[in-house]
Design a protein around this ligand. Structure first.
Ligand code: GDP
Ligand code: IMO
Ligand code: MG
Length: 430
């Protein structure tokens, strides 16, 4: 029996969805534990593309239980819309295959409004959020005034929650030039959506504990990436949750002893959406080429992703902060055909070498990458399903990454398709 946590080891969009979908064949339960519909996880199965934001990537497989844990912030309207979109693709989501923790905080329309209003007001220092209300909802959670799934079942409790929320938000809104909240309209919206959400509500911690005791395999699906972690990321250009592996425990209600293997998902180069420091960012034709070959456009917002060379310093750091046991290296095929490839092996600032990304924002913004250059390969790796299919220069590149990040490759991905995946070490093996 082994439980596996999948986390992004860069700035998100590493290919978590593809890998979680592939691994979920071996799992019984697939659980999201943080983030919300800021995530965009893409699965391609026999040419059909599924884009998931809130639902765990295991939802497309029959006979698996998908779980939304308490660490997630849940927009119930976005959830219902996603369930409808999946129904059109022939995937049915019912309380049989989806369970939502009763203590999950809700994202309300006022959170999205606040998120977007702040970004406009801070236009010179904006974060580049997805505008989905993620930050404001997490603020209300730790501020002890959020509406949670269980509150939807009881109108008097909902009234109490809304009272606290109104006092706080109306003061904030008037400062931002937004009108006061129409409390009755909001309450009516919540009471209308309640019967659609409540059938999925359950004490997730209890079900997961029982599943674990019964020897079922749990796969935890992280969203975003370790460099967007609210503590360890490039603060303040981060998301508002802990995206590192430790969150899998507190975001579902299982203790850290439930985690047997942490799989870090790592893109063979680097991308980032939104604002913030990015030491290996490219502004030349190599960057454009990575973006074009990798189809680097955001799944959620359609924004162009910034692209750069592989940064081994950052991935070594995130493998440490998430306790990564092995990585899944994705999008190796995007590097096909480059004459030369660069890997960042260290940083330099004011004549000082750094073997990690310092915390101070000023240093993060000014730090310069130190590169080593590797020979590229002209053969295609796209769709390769075994090591034997990889050119020698590609193997050398992968081996050098393992060495620099001090972590082995457990899986290798060579196309968006589910089965174009090379297994080196099974994360679920005992
Ligand atoms: P996630 O947020 O980590 O799940 O990643 P996204 O789905 O946002 O972005 C990853 C993109 O790369 C998606 O369009 C995937 O279909 C695609 N992808 C995943 N793995 C590979 C791969 O090995 N090669 C190529 N070319 N594309 C991949
Ligand atoms: P997946 O799960 C990439 C980024 C946003 C912004 C910052 C804060 O698909 O990898 P937020 O709306 O969360 O407050 O935005 O975080 N961001 C992501 N970038 N992939 C994601 O998710 C992201 N989710 C949020 O672009 O810079
Ligand atoms: Mg994504």
């Amino acid at each position: 029996m082994a439980n596996v946590v999948v986390v992004g080891a860069q700035w998100g969009d590493e290919g978590k969805g593809k890998i979680v979908d592939w691994l979920s064949e071996r799992a019984d339960v697939i659980a999201r534990f943080q983030g919300g519909h800021n995530a965009g996880h893409t699965l391609v199965i026999d040419g059909v593309t599924y884009k998931l934001s809130l639902l765990p990537s295991g939802i497309v497989r029959e006979g698996k239980l998908s779980v939304i844990g308490n660490g997630v912030v849940l927009d119930p309207w976005a959830l219902m819309a996603e369930i409808e979109r999946l129904a059109e693709l022939g995937v049915s989501v019912t309380p049989e295959n989806l369970m939502i923790a009763e203590n999950t905080p809700l994202i309300l329309p006022i959170h999205g409004e606040l998120d977007r209003a702040r970004e406009i007001q801070n236009s010179l220092a904006k974060i580049g959020t997805t505008g989905r209300g993620i930050g404001p909802a997490y603020e209300d959670k730790v501020g002890r005034r959020v509406v949670r799934v269980a509150d939807l079942a009881d109108a008097p409790t909902l009234d109490l929650r809304l009272d606290r929320l109104m006092t706080h938000h109306n003061a904030l809104r008037s400062g931002l030039g937004l009108g006061p909240i129409d409390r009755e309209a909001l309450k009516a919206q919540l009471l209308e959506i309640a019967p659609k959400v409540l059938p999925f509500a359950a004490p997730v911690w209890k079900h997961l504990t029982e599943a674990r005791r019964a020897g079922r395999r749990i796969l935890f699906e992280g969203a975003q990436g370790a460099l967007l972690d609210v503590d360890f990321g490039t603060y303040p250009f981060v998301t508002s949750s802990n995206t590192t592996a430790g969150m899998a425990a507190s975001g579902t209600g299982l203790g850290p002893t439930a985690i047997d293997f942490v799989l870090g998902i790592v893109k063979a180069y680097t991308t980032r959406v939104g604002e913030g420091p990015f030491p290996t960012e490219l502004f030349d034709e190599d960057g454009t080429r990575l973006g074009e070959r990798g189809h680097e456009f955001g799944t959620v917002t359609g924004r162009k992703r910034r692209c750069g060379w592989f940064d081994a310093v950052l991935v070594r750091q995130t493998c440490a902060t998430s306790g990564v046991s092995g990585i899944a290296l994705t999008k190796l095929d995007v590097l096909d055909g480059f004459e030369e490839l660069k890997i960042c092996t260290g940083y330099e600032l004011d004549g000082q070498p750094y073997d990690y990304l310092p915390t101070a924002a000023d240093l993060q913004g000014r730090i310069k990458p130190v590169y080593e250059t590797h020979e590229g390969w002209q053969e295609s790796t796209a769709g390769a399903r075994s090591w034997a299919d990889l050119p020698a220069a590609a193997i050398k590149y992968v081996r050098r990454i393992e060495e620099l990040i001090q972590c082995p490759v457990a899986l290798l991905s060579t196309s968006p398709e589910r089965d174009d995946t090379i297994l080196v070490t099974d994360p679920f093996a005992d």
